[in-house]
Design a protein around this ligand. Sequence first.
Ligand code: DX5
Ligand code: ZN
Length: 215
Amino acid sequence: MTVKIAPSILSADFAKLGEEVRAIDAAGCDWVHVDVMDGHFVPNITIGPGVVKAIRPHTAKTFDVHLMIEPVDPYIPEFAAAGSDIITVHAEAGAHLHRSLQLIRSLGKKAGVSLNPSTPESVLEYVLDDLDLVLVMSVNPGFGGQAFIESQVEKIRRIKALIGTRPIELEVDGGVNPETAKRCIAAGATALVAGSAVFKGGPDAYAANIAALRG
Ligand code: DX5
Ligand code: ZN
């Protein structure tokens, strides 16, 4: 099975987001990755549920919504209603990860957990049957265009072993390019987020950029 590619619209032209979403859809992406930042959990502010709702009609592909916000629970229902398919929360964003995952699933959405580079995979141990996706951050969340942190390849490998035969997607986010993608896939990644590596060169380059990530 080929790896899923989830372009991060953080690297898109925000002045024409609908068009950009249609362009990555046509270029063969699998999911659309939406980075939500609050200027508190991470040092950047990006987009809210209103933008998710506005771009929803532009593609039928899975909306993979990455919430880098704290607190997170109060905002989950709104992101679900806006058209998210997968909602991912950070393990570091609250004391009640299990509760957040239950809330996401109770709204009929797939539940993901993201881990910062310094967070050990052991936080997943008691929620493995309550989640649909693990998102390994291979940069410190907050900005696109940062360099891949190599130590995360070993973490991907360990999480793959923890997952075993469960139907859980293992996604990697940050500094993914055709070079680092190979190591992520070899370690067990099933989905890759890429911002700069997809959007560089403008719409005419998106299809080739996505194909290059699949290897
Ligand atoms: C970082 C975001 C990423 C980011 C990836 O906080 O979660 O999704 O946009 O961008 P690149 O691929 O440029 O590292
Ligand atoms: Zn992300």
